[in-house]
Each structure stands twice: as structure tokens, then as C-alpha cells.
Design a protein around this ligand. Structure first.
Ligand code: ADP
Ligand code: ZN
Ligand code: ZN
Length: 729
């Protein structure tokens, strides 16, 4: 054994808590600067990509170590603040560090591909090319190309604009040594920044507060829809760029639209790097690499963008901070908003959380002065808040779930030249297919919940597990032909509205109708400012600016009023306020019509009379009385298997392991069947931990989790721990 040898302690993407020891792939001594480099290692019969997390001295007591196969990077990819924050995340979520690090890397890097190039390419004529130019045939494509290059070195995207199909003649010039390709910085071309509107007093006050901070400070920008929160973000980002720093902006899954990116690009005048699920693996890895190199100055992305490296961080923004898409529901159960708060603290930069309907957690933090509250209480510019009208439909005749009053309101809005949004948060034709003779209804065999009817009732689909089949021609129980779709989904609304309003376009916008990411943009573009009807699910509740909308109709929210989940009320209130906020954004006054069988429901009454904040106050009181977040801290152990026994056995054993570790403030409930006890053929069971003190909760988890991993039953079920679950399903 050589005296200089040391051991690489490597985190591998495996569901095991420990790191693994290997000898370095070469004989060079390795120092602490190797921490954060990726290596390829043999693991059983496989090869894995891992990250060095520690350098340890060789221990003569330990037998033969395997040797790592190869270094994948000359420098650490994960280092400094990012690596430290990821270590924190692994501890906080009680997840294996190797899995956390793998989650933080884009897929291409996780597979071991090299950090991609992020520069752009340009072409120039060589000496030989300059000499050969006069000899090239006049007006031939190579000649014209060479003439362009004689005038200037040209970027490939400039060539794209200049000369269609330039690559073929370029290849022939290159083959003769007449041209050469150069790597050039990608960020050298940027549009000129466009100034925004002059900010109003509240916006200026918000900006001044952010400017006045030095180091970490969390802000809650609490501003009604259309109050100009995005303008505040843009100004804060411009300030950050002026200080020579990078800005990271998180937006919800459905909020990252081409519209939004275009607005950022044109206003900031620097390249804006996007990171979202519409990009392929290469594009995502390029954004990550550009951030790592510090070339990307503004990164706008969805949940996973919380993991981009920020070597020159200056600001972090989280738009619509209440949005549920920030919580990852499988794999590592992280919350992107909460994680960037931790990063912001480590990076010593301000973190700006914005929403028209802040989460109760954030409002509570603002109330307790943990966040600084910035209010935008009025709509910006000329826009007025919409008028809300509740329509009581008890005992009224409905057509496809719509009352005559609603249809009249739609007609009036269209006649006045406006656009109408009909919001129903349920896609498909009808939520149930029912036998009128015997009461049988179509259910998912894998989830035991009703199947949604699609295509006018001809097909059935499970919205939980994706199971699909054709509707039966007759009732399987009584052979009756009287099978009827019950209730109303967006498809059925479209059918009715298209029948009733033949003179205007009727567009349905939900996940069923807009598979392609740009389809929605195209539809909206075609509609332009003409009168028309949009029917949509929550996809339409945010993101797209719909300036010609004058009426928003909300139907089918009644079932949401009586959900058992502790967060259901908050979700419904947020959705209603966001949807209502779509009406009357620019100049034109807006109206909201809410059709319900429960006009006296306290949630609706409070929301309409007092707005979101009155609702939130009331809801916080109820959460406090019931001992739910933000007044308690939760962790949920979930287990599932093909049979109901093993998950129950495992969670009983887990409970026995946890009990001695739990201080008095930590309560255990369960194991119990999950509120949805069967899903996709799996029997689901859960054990809930609840504590008034976060420290006690984590102490219990830290003490018990290694033992729970080692339980014999742990191998017989699929299980996971979710710290701070956002729902209990
Ligand atoms: P939010 O993000 O709060 O929904 P936006 O920043 O998108 O609001 O602003 C809503 C609309 O009002 C946009 O069209 C924006 O250009 C405009 N706007 C924002 N601030 C001002 C202002 N100070 N004066 C005039 N118009 C403004
Ligand atoms: Zn029947
Ligand atoms: Zn199902």
C-alpha cells in the first residue's frame, strides 16, 4: 500500500443511508478538493455514478477496497454552498445523501455525461479562404457564404437568419480549409432592456425594502392579482444584475409560459435561461452548466431549478409561493420554496416570496416577524377589482350543470364584446357513469374510485392511476342499457356551450385538450381580442395573461367545500381567488359569477365579504385549535404493497421503533389505512407524526430512522418518509 493513499467516500444514488468507500481511480494523491467530483464506480455487477462526499485516510483494518473506475469531472460539480445545502436537505428529509445529490443534478449529469459546453459557435474565413475567395464561382452558395464571412465573423444563429441551409456549403468550405469554427461566449448578444411602467408608491416601497437589505432577508410580497408583483420582481432582478450578481426565479409548473419568458427577456435585456419539464435533458443540463459557470445571470425555472448552482448569487424570487407544485411528491420529498430559503440564508441574499394568496405558513411567518411583509393592496394601472356575484342554484333547473342566470350572464358579456372564462376544475365528460336502473357505477379496479367518463361517455378513465377502458355497452350488473353520465366535466360544458353559443369560438383548455406545450398559446393567439368562451381547469387559473376577459364563471366547487383534508379549504380559497383575479385585468371591468348549492357556506361567505386575508385569519384559528400546521409540524410515513398486510406490519414495527425516541411533544397516530386506501392496485397505509416542536420531531426521526431502515419488514413494502407533507393522501 502506498503511503499517500486515501479513500474516497462516495454517495451513490441508492436507497441506503451510508456512503461507500473506494480507492481513487488513479495513483495521484487526492485532497479535500476532490469532494464534489463525480466518479464512476463498480457496484456489484453494475456501474454507478456517484459523488465524492469525503476523503478519508486509509484504514489498515479494512480489507480490500474496490477501485473507482474514472473521474468524470476535472473539478467538483457540487461544492460550497450548494453541497452544504444539499447535505442539510438530506438530514432534514431523512433521505440518503446519494439520492439527494442525484436529484440535484440534471438527468444527463446523473447518467455520467460530461458537463456540457455552454458557449456558442461562430465561423471565420482562414488565410487560405481569403486567398481562395476570388476563385470561387460567382453567385454560388459557397461564394456568397465566403463573402459574408469576409465581411465579419458570424455567429451560427446570425447565419441561420442570413442564409438558409448554410451548413452544407460551410462543410465544403471547411473541407478545403477555407473556414474555421470558433467557440465564443453565448451571452454576447442580448436585446436592449425595455423600461417598464413607472412604479406606484407601494411597489416603490417594496423595492426600497429589498434594496435596503444586506445579506439574507426573507420577504413576503403579498399583493392582490394584477397588483404588479412581477414588476417588483423585475426591478429587484435589474438591481441584482446591476450589482453583477445572479438571480434565480422559481415559478409554478403551469406558470412558466413563453409569455412570461418573453416579458423577462425584453425587460431585462440579458439572456434568460429557462429550466422546466418542456426542455430535453441536454437543454436542462446546458442551463445547469451555464449557471455553474456563472454565465447564466437570470435563471427562471420550475421546482427543480431550486438546485441550480449560484456562484454569484444576488437574489432568489419564488412566484406564487403557495403553489403545490413546489413540493416534490415522490423520490426526495423536498419543498422548493423552503429549500431556497435555506439556500438564501447560506448565500446571504434576499429571498422574495410572492403571492396573491400566500400559504398559511407564510402568512404565519409574516405575522411572527420571521418574514418581512410587503403589501400591494391595489391593482396596478387602471384595472379595477372584479365584482363577485353568487348564484344560488338550489331547486333550479340546470343544463349541463349551468343555470339560466349563468347562461344569460355569458350572453351579456359576449354581446358587450368581452371574453368569458368558464372554470370547472374537473376534466373529462362526466365524473361518474351510472346505471339508472340498478345504481351500478363504473369504478377503477385498481383504485376502487369512480371512473371519469370521457368522449361523450364512450370511454372511461381513472384520474388517479391512468387506467382506461371503453364504456360497457350495457350495465354489467343488470344488463340495462340505461347507462348515464352523471355530473359535469369540462368536455360536457364545451358541448353545451358550443350548442348554445354558435356565433363565437368555444375553446376548452385542460390537460386533455392541450397536450402540446404551445397549443394553448396558439389557441389564445387565434382568439386574440374577439369575443369567445374559454373553458378550463386550473391550468387557466394562472400563468396566461388574458386581458380581454370580462366574465369568469365558476361552477362545480361544491364538493371541495366538504373535503376532509386539512388543507382543502386553503386550496379552494386560493383557487377561487386566483380564478376570480383573471377577470378585468386591463382597463375593462370584470365580473365573477359563482354558482353553488351552498351560498351560505362560511368559506364562501368569508371569502366574498372579507377577501382572502379574512379567510386566512379564520382558517389559522381553526388550524391552531385542531393542532395542524403551521401550529404543528408533521411527518408522514407511508407504506404500500400489493397486499394490505405487509405495509401494516412494517408501520407497526416502525411505530414501536419510534415510540421510545419520541419526546412528550411528539404524537403518533396510526398506522391506519390512507384516506385513499387503494391506489393503482397498491394497498396504502400511513403513520403520522405530529409535534408542536420541530426540534423534537427531528430528534425522534434522527434517532429512529436508521433502525427503521434496518427493520426486516422494510424490504417487504414500498415505503417513504415525507417531512412536512402538504397533503395526507
Ligand atoms: P402580478 O404579478 O401582481 O399579477 P403584474 O406585474 O403582472 O402583476 O402586473 C399586472 C399588469 O399591470 C401588467 O400588465 C403590468 O404591466 C401592469 N403594471 C404593473 N405595475 C404597473 C404600474 N406601476 N403602472 C402601470 N401598469 C403596471
Ligand atoms: Zn344496472
Ligand atoms: Zn385507478
Amino acid at each position: 500500500m502506498s503511503a499517500a493513499a486515501s479513500v474516497l467516500r462516495i454517495a451513490l444514488p441508492l436507497p441506503l443511508p451510508q456512503a461507500f468507500d473506494y480507492l481513487p481511480p488513479d495513483t495521484d494523491t487526492v485532497g479535500a478538493d476532490a469532494v464534489g467530483r463525480r466518479v464512476r464506480v463498480p457496484f456489484g455487477p453494475r456501474e454507478l455514478v456517484g459523488t465524492v462526499v469525503e476523503i478519508a485516510p486509509t484504514d489498515p483494518q479494512v480489507g480490500d477496497l474496490r477501485t473507482a473506475l474514472a473521474w468524470l469531472d476535472p473539478e467538483p460539480l457540487l461544492q460550497g454552498e450548494l453541497l452544504a445545502s444539499l447535505r442539510w436537505l438530506a438530514r432534514y428529509t431523512q433521505a440518503p445523501l446519494g439520492e439527494v445529490l442525484a436529484t440535484a443534478l440534471p438527468a444527463a449529469l446523473r447518467r455520467g455525461e460530461p458537463l456540457p459546453d455552454t458557449h456558442a459557435w461562430a465561423w471565420q474565413l482562414t488565410e487560405a479562404g481569403i486567398e481562395a475567395l476570388p476563385g470561387l464561382r460567382k453567385n454560388s452558395r459557397p461564394r456568397r457564404l465566403a463573402e459574408h464571412l469576409h465581411a465579419a465573423v458570424l455567429h451560427e444563429d446570425a447565419l441561420d437568419r442570413l442564409l438558409d441551409g448554410w451548413r452544407t456549403p460551410m462543410r465544403s468550405l471547411a473541407a478545403r480549409g477555407h473556414v474555421e469554427r470558433l467557440a465564443v461566449p453565448a451571452s454576447s448578444q442580448a436585446p436592449l432592456p425595455h423600461p417598464g411602467p413607472a412604479l406606484n408608491a407601494e411597489q416603490r416601497a417594496a423595492i426600497e425594502s429589498v434594496r435596503a437589505t444586506d445579506g439574507f432577508a426573507p420577504f413576503l410580497l403579498d399583493g392582490v392579482t394584477g397588483s404588479g408583483k412581477t414588476e417588483v420582481y423585475l426591478q429587484a432582478i435589474a438591481d441584482c444584475l446591476a450589482r453583477g450578481k445572479q438571480a434565480l426565479v422559481l415559478v409554478p409548473e403551469i406558470g412558466l409560459t413563453p409569455q412570461l419568458l418573453a416579458r423577462f427577456r425584453s425587460r431585462l435585456g440579458v439572456p434568460v435561461h429557462a429550466s422546466h419539464s418542456g426542455l430535453n435533458d441536454n437543454e436542462r443540463a446546458r442551463t445547469w452548466a451555464a449557471a455553474w459557470r456563472g454565465e447564466a445571470r437570470v435563471i427562471v425555472g420550475t421546482r427543480s431549478a431550486a438546485f441550480v448552482p449560484l456562484p454569484d448569487a444576488g437574489l432568489i424570487v419564488v412566484d406564487e409561493e403557495h403553489d403545490a407544485s413546489y413540493k416534490q411528491q415522490d423520490g426526495i420529498h423536498y419543498h422548493a420554496r423552503d429549500f431556497v430559503l435555506v439556500r438564501g440564508k447560506a448565500l446571504e441574499v434576499p429571498v422574495l416570496l410572492g403571492s396573491a394568496t400566500p400559504s398559511l405558513e407564510s402568512l404565519y411567518n409574516a405575522r411572527n416577524d420571521r418574514y418581512r411583509l410587503l403589501r400591494l393592496s391595489r391593482r396596478a394601472g387602471e384595472a379595477k377589482p372584479p365584482q363577485v356575484r353568487v348564484i344560488d342554484v338550489r331547486k333550479r333547473a340546470l343544463q349541463a350543470g349551468l343555470s339560466q342566470q349563468v347562461l344569460d350572464a355569458v350572453r351579456a358579456a359576449l354581446d358587450a364584446g368581452g371574453q368569458v372564462l368558464v372554470f370547472r376544475n374537473r376534466r373529462g365528460y362526466a365524473p361518474v357513469l351510472l346505471c339508472h336502473d340498478c345504481g351500478w357505477s363504473a369504478r377503477c379496479p385498481r383504485c376502487d374510485t369512480p371512473l371519469t367518463a370521457h368522449n361523450g361517455g364512450r370511454r372511461l378513465q381513472c384520474h388517479h392511476c391512468g387506467y382506461r377502458k371503453l364504456s360497457p355497452p350495457a350495465c354489467p350488473d343488470c344488463a340495462s342499457l340505461a347507462l348515464q353520465p352523471q355530473g359535469v366535466g369540462t368536455e360536457r360544458l364545451e358541448e353545451l356551450l358550443a350548442e348554445q353559443f354558435t356565433d363565437v369560438p368555444v375553446l376548452r383548455i385542460d390537460r386533455g385538450s392541450t397536450r402540446r406545450k404551445d397549443a394553448l398559446e396558439k389557441h389564445l393567439h387565434e382568439l386574440a381580442d374577439r369575443p369567445g368562451i374559454l373553458i378550463g381547469t386550473q391550468m387557466l387559473a394562472k400563468g396566461h395573461d388574458l386581458p380581454h376577459l370580462t366574465l369568469v364563471v365558476v361552477v362545480g366547487i361544491d364538493e371541495g367545500l366538504f373535503s376532509a383534508d386539512f388543507r382543502a379549504g386553503e386550496r379552494l380559497a386560493q383557487l377561487l381567488v386566483q380564478v376570480a383575479g383573471r377577470a378585468g385585468r386591463a382597463g375593462k371591468p370584470g365580473e365573477v359569477v359563482l354558482q353553488t348549492h351552498h351560498p351560505e357556506h362560511p368559506l364562501l361567505q368569508t371569502l366574498i365579504r372579507g377577501g382572502y386575508h379574512a379567510f386566512a385569519e379564520q382558517e389559522l384559528e381553526q388550524r391552531e385549535a385542531a393542532g395542524f400546521p403551521p401550529f404543528a409540524h408533521l411527518a408522514l410515513l407511508r407504506a404500500e404493497a400489493k397486499h394490505a398486510g405487509p405495509p401494516m406490519d412494517f408501520l407497526r414495527a416502525a411505530r414501536d421503533t419510534l415510540l421510545p425516541a419520541c419526546a412528550e411533544q411528539v404524537e403518533l397516530s396510526g398506522p391506519l389505512p390512507a384516506p385513499m386506501p387503494l391506489r393503482a392496485g397498491m394497498h396504502r397505509t400511513q403513520l403520522l407524526l405530529s409535534a408542536s416542536s420541530r426540534r423534537e420531531l427531528h430528534a425522534a426521526l434522527e434517532a429512529a430512522m436508521p433502525k427503521i431502515h434496518a427493520l426486516p419488514d422494510a424490504r417487504k413494502t414500498r415505503w417513504s418518509l415525507d417531512v412536512d407533507p402538504i397533503d395526507l393522501y
